[in-house]
Design a protein around this ligand. Structure first.
Ligand code: KG4
Length: 337
């Protein structure tokens, strides 16, 4: 039987709506707030919520128009329930609850990072067991999937997320927000000349980024105090090699240890050109298949939420109307709401 799902994403600074019919993407509308937040050097939660409230009905209307459908054609309404900014998530869930109630159709709560992982299905078939390398502004996790919708976190950051680290380092170097983009660009012109400490590998699949962040900040301040010029391109290259190196190292170890068939990248930092190239090379070296998500999947969108919702619909994973958001929702608990 045909199924048409409308999904909303509003967990951070993109207000998005997408419609899928039987896994075919009919529309995918994203309204980004990035220009507004850039002025403040980071996402301002209050402003994010206000802009989501302003834009949510517009993106829903545009998604329906693009798909040439009306709300009567929708079989289920899906939404990102977490993780993310609490106020931002609330805007999405309120909108979807209203639609679900009015049209008497199921409400499907979706985990944001599951969405980023399943976004890879727009490129190729997922093959299990699979290792998802989830690298974003708020998360750095290695997720083992033995099968469809089975998520096990085998490693994670003990402190800062990798994207957060890129953003803080960019700020100290006077580069604009979001910092990953200018660091990636500048690193292409630089050499790895600055020696930065990497936390000792304890044999686990965990990460740590706060020490690396502090080392860069201290080194930049020291050079400035000594009246020495910081070579921005070289600092970007040295930092990027170190930060990304840690991801490659842990991911390849995990891929081998768990004998996975495929590696997929997910989250905002998967846009990083060095990470994409190196992970591809390393996966090839150990003979593991890899999917590199297209750039549009690296930023937040609702198409990825619709993809997971479609699976959940088949399993009848529906939420009651009194469901609330969970800003710290763990991917392993995606059925607990
Ligand atoms: O957290 P996230 O998935 O959120 C959104 O998509 O809104 O992605 C944002 C994070 C930021 O920390 C940003 O600096 C980082 O992704 N990022 C990158 C690159 N592009 C974005 N990091 C490294 N290299 C990039 N090319």
């Amino acid at each position: 039987m045909s199924k048409t799902i409308l999904a909303i994403e509003s967990s951070c600074d993109e207000t998005a709506c997408a419609i899928v019919r039987d896994d075919v993407l009919l529309s995918n509308i994203v309204s980004t707030q990035i220009e507004v937040h850039t002025k403040y050097g980071g996402v301002m939660p209050e402003i994010a919520s206000r802009l989501h409230a302003e834009n949510i009905t517009i993106v829903i209307k545009e998604a329906l128009e693009k798909a040439n459908l009306t709300l009567d054609d929708i079989d289920a309404f899906a939404v990102t329930r977490g993780p993310g900014l609490i106020g931002a998530l609330h805007v999405g869930i309120q909108a979807i609850k209203t639609l679900s109630l009015l049209y008497n159709k199921p409400l499907i709560p979706v985990h944001h990072l599951a969405g980023h992982i399943y976004a890879n299905e727009y490129v190729g078939e997922l093959k299990f067991p699979l290792l998802a390398v989830v690298v974003s502004g708020g998360n750095t996790e290695l997720v083992l999937m033995k099968d469809e919708l089975e998520f096990e976190i085998i490693g994670r950051t003990k402190d800062d997320a990798i994207g957060e680290c890129f953003d803080k380092v960019a700020r100290v170097l006077g580069l604009p927000y979001p910092g990953g983009i200018p660091i990636d660009k500048n690193a292409k012109l630089g050499k790895h000349t600055y020696k930065l400490p990497v936390p000792l590998h304890d044999g686990s699949y965990n990460f740590s980024y706060s020490g690396l962040k502090t080392s860069v900040i201290n080194l930049v301040h020291k050079l400035e105090q000594n009246g020495e010029e910081v070579n921005i391109n070289d600092m970007c290259k040295s930092f990027q090699d170190t930060a990304v190196g840690m991801v490659i190292d842990r991911s390849i170890k995990a891929a081998k240890d768990f004998n996975v068939k495929q590696i997929v990248l997910a989250g905002g930092v998967s846009a990083n050109s060095y990470l994409r190239e190196e992970m591809q090379k390393e996966a090839k070296r150990i003979g593991v298949d890899i999917i590199i998500p297209p750039m549009w999947c690296c930023t937040d969108n609702a198409a990825m939420i619709a993809k997971v919702a479609s699976r959940l619909y088949d399993r009848k994973v529906f939420a009651p109307l009194d469901i609330s958001v969970d800003p710290n929702w763990e991917i392993e608990d995606y059925l607990k709401f």
